[in-house]
Design a protein around this ligand. Structure first.
Ligand code: PRX
Length: 643
C-alpha cells in the first residue's frame, strides 16, 4: 500500500510550544550528538538502566552479524521493569486491565505486580522450568499474560508468546519448533461477547507435542477439561508459594524471548531477543518517542502476541515505570465507541494504535468519537503499515482534537524497537511520513545494486541495541537473509521495505518489497498461506497475493490449481477457506480464491506473483517474456472475468 505523496509545505505540523517545553527531548542537537552512536548507547544504558554488574564494552562486532551488546554486563529486564520502581512508586498503578464485559476490571500496582510475578516465577520453578527452557504462552489479553512473561524472564527462562488468534495447527508448529517445556494458557476469554475456548485449542495442538506441563488460568469458568498429570490450574499451582523470588542476574545477551513472525517461506521465523540491548532500546524509545511521564496513562492497543505488544505494552512502558492499560476485547464491542469510552473512563493520555483501526473508525464516522470527552489525550501514535495522509489527518483532527502530535513509528519484529519516528518535542510532522531515524540509529535507502539512493530498499547501516540476535535454530537463515555487505565490506541490514527520502531527509515507507503481506497490520507470508492451501488434499499448487483493501490495508487472494479428479465448486472454495483458518487462523483466510489451470511461472519454475497481483488489481501486466507459457495470463484473466 502506498498512498504517500509529496506534500506542500502547508502540511507541515510544527510541535506546539506546550509539547516542546515539556518533552524529554527538546534540543534539535540530539541528532548531531548521536552521530557518535556508541557513546549515545553507552550513556542511555548507564543513565536509564540498572545493571547488576557493569558491562565491559558497548558493542562487540567481531562476529557480525552476530553482534553482542553491553558485553559482560549482568542484568535482568524484570528488575528494570518492576523491582527498581518498588521504593519510589510501589503504590502506583502499573496495569489497568479492562475486560470485555464492562464490569470486569482490575488495577495492579507495581508492588502487587512484583508479588504476582515472583509467585508465578516460583510456580514455574516447581514445574522444573530452568534457565533457557522455553515456555509457550497462548492467552487472551489479561494481566496474567504479562505476569507469565515477566515470571519467565525473572528466572532466565525464554518466553514464546503465540498470538491468541492463531489456530491449533499454527500453535503446535510453534511449540514444537521452540521445543517448549511448558505451556501457559487459560480456559477462555471474551471476544465480541462470546467465549473463545482457548484451552480446547491448546488441547488440539498438544495432540502432537510433548510438553511436560500446561498451566491454566481460570478466566471464564467454562469447565475446561484438564489432562491428569499434565494440566494444572494456575491458582492451585501457586498455592502456598512465596511472593518473593530472586531476580536472576543474567548475562546481557541472555535470551529473553522468541517471537515467531512471517517471512518469505512457509516456515515462520523464530525471532530471538535478549535481555540487555532490548531493555535499553525499548526503554529509551518509549521514553523519547511517546514522551512518557510519570502521570501518563499509556494505551498501546496491540495484542501482546505481536512485537508491538512485547515492546510497547509490556517491556518499554514498565521499564520507564508507566501506567499501562490493557483491554481484553474487540474495539467495537458492544458499540463502535468502546475504545473512546475506555479512553474517557481511564483518562488515557498517550494512545498507540494501527492505521487499519484508524481507517475502520474513520469509515464508521466521527459521531462515535464526539460522544466522548477525549481531552485527556496528549499524544497519538501509529504503527504497522503506512498511514495515508487522509487517515493521519482524521486521527489528528477527530481523536486528537488538533492538539496531539501524531507519531508514526516504523519498525519490525526483528528490530525490537522503534527505528524511524518523530521526537514529539522537536520533529516537524508531515502526514504520511515516518520522518527521521531515532537518534543513534543509522538508516539509508539502497538501489538494487546496494548503492545509496533516494528511492529503493530501506536499510539499517549500523547495529542497534534491541536488534534481534538470531533466528531460533536457524543461524544460517539469519545471517543470509537479512545482511549483505556494502561496497566497503560493511554489513548492512536489509529491511524488506521499499522507501524513499525527500529533500528534507524525511522517510516515506512504500511497503514490503518481498512476498510478505500486511493484513490489518498483521504480518503474513504468501508462502505460509500457500503451504496451508497445498496441505489440502484437493490442491496441487497455490499462489497468494495481497490485494489492496480499504480497511485492512491488504487482504490475501489465492490462485489455486486443483489436483486431477477435483473440480472447482463453491463448496470446495468454502472448504479451502476453512482449511486455511484451521491451519493458520482467521486472519490468513483468503478473501477470494480463483481456480486456475496453471500459475504464471518462469522457465526455472518460479511463480511470478507480480503478474497475479496485476491481474487482480486490473492493472497493466508489464513484461511477461520471462514466462514459460505466456498464454497462462489470458487464461487466468478469463477465470477472473468469469467470476
Ligand atoms: O512493512 C513494514 C511495516 O510492518 C513491517 C514489520 O511488521 P512486524 O514485524 O509485524 O512489525 C509490525 C510492528 C512493528 C515492516 O517491515 N511497518 C511497520 N511500521 C510501519 C510499517 N510500514 C509503514 N509505516 C510504519 N509506521
Amino acid at each position: 500500500m502506498n498512498n504517500s505523496k509529496e506534500f506542500s509545505p502547508g502540511e507541515i505540523y510544527e510541535p506546539s510550544e506546550e509539547t516542546r517545553r515539556h518533552a524529554w527531548v527538546n534540543n534539535e542537537r540530539i541528532y548531531e550528538m548521536a552521530q557518535d552512536y556508541l557513546t549515545l548507547w553507552d550513556e542511555v544504558a548507564k543513565n536509564d538502566i540498572e545493571w547488576f554488574e557493569p558491562y565491559e564494552s558497548v558493542l562487540d562486532d567481531s562476529n557480525a552479524p552476530f553482534y553482542r551488546w553491553y558485553v559482560g554486563g549482568k542484568i535482568n529486564i524484570t528488575h528494570n521493569c518492576i523491582d527498581r520502581h518498588i521504593d519510589s512508586k510501589g503504590d502506583k498503578t502499573a496495569i489497568i486491565w479492562q475486560g470485555e464485559p464492562e464490569n470486569e476490571k482490575e488495577r495492579i500496582t507495581y508492588h502487587e505486580l512484583y508479588r504476582r510475578v515472583c509467585r508465578f516465577a516460583n510456580a514455574l520453578r516447581t514445574l522444573g522450568v530452568q534457565e533457557e527452557d522455553v515456555v509457550t504462552i497462548y492467552m487472551g489479553m489479561v494481566p496474567e499474560l504479562l505476569i507469565a512473561m515477566l515470571a519467565c524472564a525473572r528466572i532466565g527462562a525464554i518466553h514464546n508468546v503465540v498470538f491468541g488468534g492463531f489456530s491449533s495447527t499454527a500453535l503446535r508448529e510453534r511449540i514444537n519448533d521452540a521445543n517448549a517445556k511448558v505451556v501457559v494458557t487459560m480456559d477462555g476469554y471474551y471476544r465480541r461477547g462470546k467465549v473463545i475456548e482457548t484451552k480446547r485449542i491448546v488441547d488440539k495442538a498438544l495432540e502432537a507435542c510433548s510438553v511436560e506441563s500446561v498451566v491454566v488460568i481460570e478466566r471464564v469458568g467454562n469447565g475446561a477439561s484438564m489432562v491428569d498429570g499434565r494440566d494444572i490450574w494456575w491458582h492451585e499451582l501457586e498455592e502456598g508459594l512465596p511472593d518473593e523470588c530472586e531476580c536472576k542476574a543474567l548475562d546481557s545477551e541472555h535470551a529473553l524471548f522468541i517471537l515467531y513472525t512471517s517471512g518469505t517461506t512457509g516456515k515462520p521465523k523464530g525471532v530471538l531477543h535478549v535481555h540487555g540491548g532490548y531493555n535499553v532500546g525499548t526503554h529509551i524509545t518509549t521514553k523519547w518517542v511517546f514522551d512518557l511521564k510519570d502521570r501518563d496513562v499509556f494505551w498501546c492497543t496491540a495484542d501482546i502476541g505481536w512485537i508491538t505488544g512485547h515492546s510497547y505494552v509490556v517491556y518499554g512502558p514498565l521499564s520507564v515505570g508507566a501506567t499501562i492499560l490493557i483491554y481484553e476485547g474487540a474495539p467495537d464491542y458492544p458499540q463502535p465507541d468502546r475504545w473512546w469510552n475506555i479512553i474517557e473512563q481511564y483518562g488515557v493520555t498517550v494512545f498507540y494504535t494501527a492505521p487499519t483501526a484508524i481507517r475502520y473508525f474513520m469509515k464508521l464516522s466521527e459521531e462515535w468519537l464526539k460522544k466522548h470527552d477525549l481531552s485527556s489525550l496528549r499524544l497519538l501514535g501509529t504503527v504497522g503499515e503506512t498511514i495515508d495522509p487522509e487517515a493521519w489527518k482524521w486521527y489528528y483532527r477527530y481523536v486528537g482534537s488538533e492538539r496531539c502530535p501524531v507519531i508514526d513509528t516504523w519498525w519490525q519484529t526483528e528490530t525490537g524497537m522503534v527505528i524511524i519516528a518523530p521526537l514529539p518535542g522537536i520533529t516537524k510532522l508531515k502526514p504520511g511520513s515516518v520522518t527521521l531515524p531515532f537518534p543513534g540509529i543509522l538508516v539509508d535507502i539502497c538501489d538494487e545494486k546496494g548503492n545509496p539512493a533516494d528511492s529503493g530498499e530501506l536499510v539499517i547501516t549500523n547495529p542497534w541495541p534491541a536488534m534481534f540476535r538470531n533466528l531460533w535454530g536457524e543461524p544460517e537463515r539469519f545471517a543470509k537473509q537479512y545482511w549483505r555487505s556494502n561496497g566497503s565490506g560493511k554489513l548492512i541490514y536489509f529491511t524488506g521495505d521499499g522507501a524513499r527520502k525527500d529533500g528534507d531527509g524525511y522517510y516515506w515507507i512504500i511497503g514490503r518489497i518481498d512476498e510478505v503481506l500486511k493484513v490489518s497490520g498483521h504480518r503474513l507470508g504468501s508462502a505460509e498461506i500457500e503451504s496451508a492451501l497445498i496441505s489440502h488434499e484437493a490442491v496441487s499448487e497455490a499462489a497468494v497475493v495481497g490485494k489492496p483493501h480499504e480497511i485492512k490495508g491488504e487482504t490475501p487472494v489465492a490462485f489455486v490449481v486443483l489436483k486431477t479428479g477435483y473440480k472447482p465448486s463453491v463448496e470446495l472454495k468454502k472448504d479451502l477457506k476453512t482449511h486455511v483458518k484451521n491451519e493458520i487462523g482467521a486472519i490468513a483466510v483468503p478473501e477470494e480464491i480463483y481456480f486456475v489451470e496453471q500459475l504464471p511461472k518462469t522457465r526455472s519454475g518460479k511463480i511470478v506473483r507480480r503478474i497475479l497481483l496485476a491481474i487482480e488489481k486490473g492493472e497493466k501486466i508489464g513484461d511477461i517474456t520471462t514466462l514459460e507459457d505466456i498464454t497462462v495470463v489470458e487464461k487466468i484473466k478469463n477465470v477472473k472475468g468469469a467470476k
